[in-house]
Design a protein around this ligand. Sequence first.
Ligand code: NAP
Length: 330
Amino acid sequence: MSEEVHKVTIMGSGPAGLTAAIYAARANLSPVVIEGGDITSKTDLPGGQLMLTTDVENFPGFPEGIMGPELMGRFRQQAERFGTVFKPGLVVKADLSQRPFTLEVNDTYGGTSYSLKTHALIVATGASAKYLGFEQEQELLGKGVTTCATCDGAFFRGKHVAVIGGGDSAMEEATFLTRFADKVTVIHRRTTFRASKIMVQRAQENPKIEWKLNRNVVGVIPDGKYLKGIKLQGTFEDEGVEEVLDVGPDGGLFIAIGHSPNSAVFGGQLDMHDTGYIKVQGATSRSNVDGVFVAGDIHDAHYRQAITASGAGCKAAIDAERWLESEELG
Ligand code: NAP
């Protein structure tokens, strides 16, 4: 029996992937979504970055705001309603050299692997948190060092935590962490912020938040359970300063320094920028490979919003539908 070939397969289950699924399903293309992420991970769940967010206040249609995981649950229900099939796992190999394309998937739930074939592919694999790279950083993840305030904030009730970064994520996490921690210190390597004015202002007005500007984190000092200190090095006019920020006992460091695109599986096959973001043709979602479409943070280093990712998912599904039709595969 010959292997089933899907019309459209979507990699990723964040706002881009699931919006693509809603559109492709309503176009009768029976899309398959390979969810990505890892259910055993605290920071890389299927559903993408909104699974780690608390209040989403800027997604239109929710005037009172909505929690990130609830929003993603609703996306999923809507995609399922029109017949989207969800498959767990991460694509570990993609062969785009021949059509139909072949994907090899590692099922992170059951530990088994499977492969599938698809005529059109929508890549919506998003981006993952960046790390600082100091010694012991990975080893201490979950033991005082974390990239997710939503996941780990509650462990630091009554404690002192630090957040590194000067973007919206850092401001949002710092503000959120004041719900639990007695004191939150924002560490940033400059004195001006990439974050939007309103987010900075909200953090600056919070009496629990203190600031360490012109500082980089170069290490941490564990104290058994979590951390007792964070090693800082001065930048710019504070170059040469070395100090330890005391966060003990049982303090934490929240890393909020941005994300990298999850594009490694397409190395050598899809055209990418030096930063790993996948290139698209003009205002379309088309990649350099015919039949492969791209949506969301995987190609957008600039806007990186749930709503722009959703819009890109819609475009990718429409582009895929028209391409399938033109190839008489729709
Ligand atoms: P980002 O805007 O790229 O900011 C990253 C921050 O981390 C920058 O301040 C950067 O410093 C700093 N940084 C990067 N590498 C560093 C390193 N090795 N050591 C020390 N500091 C480092 O990332 P983001 O804050 O995650 O935001 C990403 C996107 O999501 C943005 O478009 C943002 O608007 C959006 N977002 C929106 C919301 C919201 O609206 N509710 C919430 C979160 C995120 P420099 O500034 O010096 O480069």
